[in-house]
Design a protein around this ligand. Structure first.
Ligand code: NAI
Length: 340
């Protein structure tokens, strides 16, 4: 992950000069849930991304205003708002990347799984529309619980006959962003130089940061490893509690979502060695049909899924512990995806 520096450089490039479209392919990005807490700053960041030539901002409400506002920014992406079911098809048509942060966020005391009832149906409907109107697009699912919403999406796509596992991703980038920040803070190193793999899923103990593989390598005591792991796993809850009923992570999530979408676009454009951690259909852990691990992104989506590498004893125990919960979230998603 090249991170913040790259993104700010892109923003600068986009705002300071008129971008030549002859060198980069035209790319359309659609954000579904674009008027929400994540959707708005994510729309802003995608508007600043030089690889985006068309930006479709879709929500059930509020997008005319958000789109009018964002569209005045002097960067390349032509930006248009779409509101309501009848405009969903038009928003999706021709999209290369579809980012889905639609749904409800957590309140204090809620787990991500508590969101299942509402968000599962929202994701189902939006993915069905994506299959119909933009069957080849890369889908970036942000809506929680990601551990279940991605298997739901896979089932919907299978029913529509358009499922390509290489093109469906659960966005877990925020876990990586947090792990990098917390590790750099704890060890007093420059966060811009830090890489931390985070594997597993995207909820509580299913989030497994691999600090033993972090670079630059720093020795961690057992207590430090426990504390950093716990903070990464509960980073979302930290924000939910601090916001005290006003939602969950939005700004850091928009940043993370923009990083992941940027990686998808660079992969589509044929840039070599674009790698991110994300939640995909996988055989990395035989018991789990979906798992987040390092993925190489290319012109066809996920080109290669990497093995976990060597885990510390503590991480091996964490991996063993997450399998039950992640499997039941996957099964719940599959069952819901197949129903009615
Ligand atoms: P929000 O409530 O501020 O925004 C959600 C937006 O979705 C609203 O504008 C709403 O009108 C829209 N929406 C609802 N149903 C829709 C539909 N059928 N079609 C299109 N838009 C629809 O919520 P926020 O904070 O933006 O969070 C969105 C989702 O992202 C939540 O599920 C949250 O749990 C998840 N999330 C995921 C993270 C991750 O790391 N993957 C991190 C943080 C949040």
């Amino acid at each position: 992950m090249k991170g913040l520096l790259r993104l700010s450089q892109q923003a600068l490039a986009a705002s300071q000069r008129a971008y030549s479209s002859s060198s980069t392919p035209e790319r359309k990005v659609a954000i579904l849930g674009a008027a929400g807490g994540i959707g708005q700053p994510l729309g802003l960041l995608m508007k600043m991304n030089p690889y985006v030539s068309d930006l479709a901002l879709y929500d059930i409400q509020g997008t005319p205003g958000v789109a009018a506002d964002i569209s005045h920014i002097n960067s390349k992406a032509k930006t248009k708002g779409y509101a309501g079911d009848e405009q969903l098809g038009e928003a999706l048509k021709g999209a290369d990347v579809i980012i889905i942060p639609a749904g409800v966020p957590r309140k204090p005391g809620m787990t991500r799984d508590d969101l299942f009832k509402i968000n599962a149906s929202i994701v189902k409907g939006l993915v069905a529309a994506a299959a119909e109107h933009a069957p080849g697009a890369l889908l970036n699912i942000i809506s929680n619980p990601v551990n279940s919403t991605v298997p739901i999406a896979a089932e919907v796509l299978k029913q529509k006959g358009t499922y390509d596992p290489k093109r469906l991703f659960g966005v877990t980038t925020l876990d990586v962003v947090r792990a990098r920040t917390f590790y750099a803070e704890a060890k007093g190193i420059n966060v811009a130089d830090v890489e931390v793999p985070v594997v597993g899923g995207h909820a509580g103990v299913t989030i497994l940061p691999l600090f033993s593989q972090a670079t630059p390598h720093k020795d961690l005591s057992h207590e430090e490893a426990i504390a950093l792991t716990k903070r990464t796993q509960e980073g979302g809850t930290e924000v939910v509690q601090a916001k005290a009923g006003k939602g969950s992570a939005t700004l850091s999530m928009a940043y993370a979502g923009a990083l992941f979408a940027d990686a998808c676009l660079r992969g589509l454009n044929g840039e070599p060695d674009v790698e991110e951690f994300c939640y995909v259909e996988s055989q990395v852990v035989p018991e789990l049909s979906f798992f987040s691990s390092r993925v190489r992104l290319g012109p066809n989506g996920a080109e290669k899924i990497f093995d976990l590498g060597e885990l510390s004893e503590f991480e091996q125990a964490g991996l063993k512990d997450l399998i039950g919960e992640l499997k039941s979230s996957i099964d719940k998603g599959i069952e819901f995806g197949r129903s009615g």
